[in-house]
Design a protein around this ligand. Structure first.
Ligand code: 9UX
Length: 69
């Protein structure tokens, strides 16, 4: 089954931000599904995406991301 990764997301201040981040993550190769949580500023990502690719995808749409270990 696919692995789950968690990312801490910075810079989200509205529901549209959440949608942008979620779409960016979902379009990254290897991602099966993603849930972005506004309240906790985290993303839960299922699949086999490269962690660096996820971080860059989030940065490319204007937010910050770092892995939660
Ligand atoms: Mo609305 Mo979120 O302009 O940056 S998309 S605050």
């Amino acid at each position: 089954r696919p692995a789950t990764r968690r990312l801490s997301i910075s810079g989200m201040t509205c529901a549209s931000c959440v949608k942008s981040v979620q779409q960016a993550i979902e379009q990254t190769p290897g991602v099966v599904s993603a849930e972005v949580n506004f309240g906790t500023h985290t993303a839960e990502v299922r699949g086999s995406a490269d962690p660096e690719a996820l971080i860059h995808a989030v940065q490319d749409v204007g937010y910050g991301a770092e892995p939660i270990v």
